[in-house]
Design a protein around this ligand. Structure first.
Ligand SMILES: Cc1cc2nc3c(=O)[nH]c(=O)nc-3n(C[C@H](O)[C@H](O)[C@H](O)COP(=O)(O)OP(=O)(O)OC[C@H]3O[C@@H](n4cnc5c(N)ncnc54)[C@H](O)[C@@H]3O)c2cc1C
Length: 388
């Protein structure tokens, strides 16, 4: 069988899928269409790049030209797909139409815009790709004070990195500790204290209301009416999947592009993978779901349908000030049991019905328990542990 497979996107999801496909089929015709320049890089490396003094170009692992050769791809870069004509099995770009037999959407997610009053609001930046990182470096040259809005994974990592890079960093969040949705209070305060110890100023329970331009910088007015001056404001309040393209084909969407366990969307022969999808009701914008998904999807596209389930996938927070691993529990009733010590914390989320742990947080020296604990956790698409 030699089907033309068309993939939209050139991020981790698209390239991992192509690599998996090539392991199974050296001759299949694969076309990749991407809105960006197609250079391959590892997005997680962005959050440690500033302190390491890396230029954006130094983060490129494989330039698009070499990628196309190595993986034997037809690659259309700087080509945004405007719509999908599912009835005719074609995608539509400004350069024309392109047919497919199998189509894969790997179109990622975009930062949620920060709503602010004031003339400075359009100048707020978000960091979600290499071009954003290049822009950040240019904007920060010769500057000193940065405000980061949102103390989630990316907000905390950027705060730590910019602080190590010599910047004065203020971190705002509406929660009373960083990673408010992922960490129980003890672990959250442990992380907060370690970020504060390296000089990050954490503002709990506060959100910025307005941003005014002021000479070369900005004045930020927060929800408590306080005003502070910054050179740059970074928003890290979260991502949401890119749905517009899928909607042009009438594909069902919810939190993300809804897929079944084969990563098939509601349209025949149109699949989706990566930050753009909703799988089993979950939006999982991380690398590990892509790795697992790409292996299965490659098999499926190759004529051997494979259903996907995920093992527990702990997330490693790249904050050198406070090594932290989080394995979020599923949305079930339960409570956290925390061990708090000077050298770190261990928090287990205990499910009410079974009395079994189904999520955890490890910090400091406790992070070495990661593998052992992960092996005990339920994954996605699998039943929760039952009482003995
Ligand atoms: C700073 C940062 C640090 C991170 N750190 C970690 C970490 O430590 N661990 C972890 O697990 N995860 C981390 N993540 C998340 C992880 O990087 C993402 O889950 C992953 O890179 C997403 O890959 P993707 O291919 O799904 O999406 P993307 O990389 O966003 O790729 C989407 C692609 O689609 C293209 N595209 C979109 N729309 C169109 C269109 N209409 N037409 C053509 N092309 C289109 C884009 O040009 C792009 O090539 C981090 C993310 C960031 C931003």
């Amino acid at each position: 069988m030699n089907k033309r497979t068309l993939i939209i996107g050139s991020g981790q999801a698209a390239i991992t899928l192509v690599r998996e496909l090539r392991k199974l089929d050296a001759s299949r015709e694969i076309t990749l269409v991407t809105a960006d320049d197609g250079d391959f890089y590892s997005k997680p490396n962005i959050s440690n790049a500033f302190a390491a003094g890396k230029q954006a170009a130094e983060l490129v692992l494989t330039p698009a030209s070499r990628l196309a050769g190595d993986l034997r791809l037809e690659m259309l870069t700087r080509t945004a797909v405007a719509s999908i004509d599912a009835a005719r099995r074609e995608i539509v770009t400004a350069q024309g139409r392109l047919g497919y037999e199998q189509l894969v959407l790997a179109v990622g997610a975009s930062p949620i815009p920060l709503r602010l009053a004031g003339d400075g609001a359009p100048d707020v930046v978000s960091i979600n790709n290499l071009a954003d990182y290049a822009g950040l470096r240019a904007r920060l040259a010769g500057k000193h004070r940065v405000a980061i809005v949102g103390a989630g994974l990316i907000g905390c990592e950027l705060a730590n990195d910019l602080r190590l890079g010599g910047y004065a960093v203020d971190l705002f969040d509406t929660a009373d500790h960083p990673l408010g949705r992922l960490l129980p209070p003890g672990s959250g305060h442990y992380l907060r204290d370690r970020l504060v110890a390296i000089g990050i100023c954490f503002h709990p329970g506060v959100k910025p209301d307005a941003l005014r331009r002021d000479g070369e910088g900005y004045v930020l007015i927060d929800s408590r009416g306080r005003t502070q001056r910054y050179d740059l404001i970074i928003s890290a309040i979260g991502l949401r999947p890119n749905l517009a393209l899928a909607k042009t084909a009438g594909i069902a969407t919810g939190l993300g592009i809804i897929t079944d366990k084969l990563l098939l969307t509601s349209q025949p022969d149109i699949y989706a993978i990566g930050d753009c999808i909703e799988f089993d009701g979950h939006f999982l914008p991380y690398v590990m779901p892509i790795m697992h998904g790409a292996k299965k999807l490659a098999q499926t596209l190759n004529g051997n349908p494979q259903t996907l389930s995920y093992p527990a996938m702990p997330i490693v927070l790249k904050t050198p000030a406070c090594p932290t691993v989080v394995c979020p529990p599923p949305p079930v009733a339960g409570h956290w049991e925390e061990v708090l010590a000077e050298e770190g914390t261990r928090a287990l989320f205990v499910e009410a019905d079974s009395g079994e742990a189904c999520g955890f947080v490890l910090q400091g020296s406790f992070t070495r328990e990661r593998m052992a604990l992960a092996a005990r956790m339920p994954g996605l698409g699998k039943p929760l542990p039952q009482p003995a």
